[in-house]
Design a protein around this ligand. Structure first.
Ligand code: PA5
Length: 479
């Protein structure tokens, strides 16, 4: 019997802005004329990494470019000396948690949970949490909290993990663990939720300090309040969010990789996809560089009035990727009274809520479709009506038509309708949704965001504006 395993596919994501050019909003010649500036933006983005390594941030400057080569560094260390590598430590901790509990609660806000949710929704079974453990391959359920101060949703999750008045046994299916994620370690929403869920977990383990510590995995900066709590608790696994990697760029640190590995996502393939995108970014000439062409088209469209960037996902499973990208773009480039407004939609769902405006509303939108080439599962087809019914719904002519075929007709029809109305529409073509492709996509969007920042003279790192609400909230709480 052959021991050779088939090589999993590594097809690249493609970017096609032809319909943006055809709409007249952006001319192909204008994109070509931007080539030198795009090249310079790429060079500056990469030079940021050298500057950061050399400790060359200017006084007061936020500089977090270490996400750029992080996938390559993690993979290289894993290949060079597996046992001492960060990735190995992540995989080991994931295994320990996976075998110990049936639910993991991730506490975090912004960049400390949105990437994880994007990976979970894109790459796990769409109803992962509702499947019995066996059908989840023995992987725990994943729930999120600590991203708001919503009393009733926190209570709702407590109902699941620590039901009032019901003493819980120590059955594996009742056991749960906490991943607490905060780079600063001081974000109030996450810190308050940490207290709440720590108290519930302490009750669940009979206030046994050692068992409690084993069920909490903090992921945080080297110093700070959460790091101090981790030390005081004596948690056996604590992961670092490295210096030089900001919250919304941290999906390929333990922040995203640990929960992903716990729920069975192949994190090595994810990193390989991201590393492949890095090579394209660094090596491809501007005219063939999908990332830089995307940046250029978005920039030129914004200059022509498209201040709203609609990321239109043709798959339910990429909605959370879109929401992660909304945050990435908004926090990175929404500064100095500049920056496009991102908006995620899921089509065809949102054609029935936003389609009217996109077709006939203000000409202030650039639509980028996220189109998926092939489904992961067997194709569904339109079935016959049950016996005894005639063609009352008048769909008999479509019997046997596959779901992806109907979706393709919807994509084609929508693009045609937008083209007729000269609505600029580009396509990001994903061959399929798997780890390699999602790794490429997330890295592409992060690289595009920093390159656009350098193109327009906006520092993509840091989010000074968010501090205002935090300061005023604390003033009210501690007045
Ligand atoms: O991108 C960012 O840095 C933010 O979105 C942070 O991730 C978010 O504010 C959470 O911060 P912290 O991880 O420090 O709790």
């Amino acid at each position: 019997m052959s021991v050779l395993r088939p090589q999993p596919p590594e097809d690249p994501i493609q970017y096609d802005p032809a319909a943006v050019f055809a709409s007249g909003m952006v001319a192909a010649a204008d994109l070509a004329a931007l080539a030198d500036r795009l090249d310079a933006a790429r060079a500056e983005s990469l030079a940021d990494l050298d500057r950061w390594r050399a400790g060359g941030a200017r006084p007061g400057e936020a500089l977090d470019p270490a996400f750029i080569d992080l996938p390559d560094r993690l993979l290289a260390a894993y290949q060079a000396d597996r046992a001492s590598s960060e990735l190995f430590a992540i995989l080991q901790a994931a295994r320990r948690i996976r075998e110990a509990v049936d639910r993991v609660v991730v506490l975090g806000i912004g960049g400390s949970f949105m990437g994880t949710r994007a990976l979970f929704e894109a790459l796990c079974h769409p109803f992962h949490n509702e499947l019995p453990r066996g059908e989840r391959g023995g992987r725990p359920r994943l729930s999120f909290e600590g991203f708001n101060m919503d009393n009733d949703s926190a209570q709702g999750l407590l109902d699941l993990v620590a039901p009032a008045g019901a003493p819980r046994g120590d059955d594996l299916l009742d056991r749960w663990a906490l991943l607490v994620v905060s780079k600063s370690g001081g974000t109030l929403e996450t810190a308050a939720a940490t207290r709440l869920f720590l108290a519930a977990l302490a009750g669940a383990v009979g206030h046994d300090r050692q068992r409690l510590a084993a069920r909490v995995v903090p992921i945080t900066g080297r110093t700070g309040r959460l790091a101090a709590l981790a030390t005081a608790l004596g948690c056996p696994d604590v992961f670092d969010i490295p210096d030089g990697v900001g919250g919304r760029f941290s999906v390929f640190t333990a922040v995203g990789l640990l929960p992903a590995a716990i729920v069975g996502i192949d994190v090595v393939r994810l990193l390989e996809g991201a590393a492949a995108m890095n090579r394209r970014f660094c090596e491809a000439p501007v005219a063939e560089n999908a990332i830089l062409r995307y940046v250029g088209v978005c920039h030129l469209a914004e200059r022509a009035g498209a201040t709203i960037r609609v990321l239109s996902s043709w798959s339910n499973r990429l909605e959370a990727v879109g929401l992660w990208y909304d945050q990435l773009l908004a926090e990175s480039l929404g500064k100095d009274e500049k920056g496009a407004t991102p908006l995620t939609v899921v089509t065809t769902r949102d054609l029935h809520s936003r389609g009217q405006q996109h077709q006939e509303g203000r000409r202030d939108k650039l639509i980028t479709n996220l189109v998926v080439g092939e489904p992961r599962r067997d194709r569904l087809v339109v079935p016959k009506l049950p016996d005894g019914l005639a063609d009352e719904d008048q769909l008999d002519d479509l019997v046997g038509t596959a779901w992806p075929g109907i979706l393709a007709a919807a994509t084609g029809g929508t693009n045609e309708a937008y083209a007729e109305a000269a609505r600029p529409t580009a396509d990001l073509l994903l061959p399929r949704i798997d780890e390699h492709v999602v790794g490429q996509l997330l890295q592409m969007l992060m690289l595009a965001t920093v390159a656009e920042g350098r193109l327009v003279g906006t520092n993509p790192y840091g989010q000074p504006g968010v501090e205002a609400y935090k300061r005023l909230m604390m003033r009210r709480l501690r007045a």
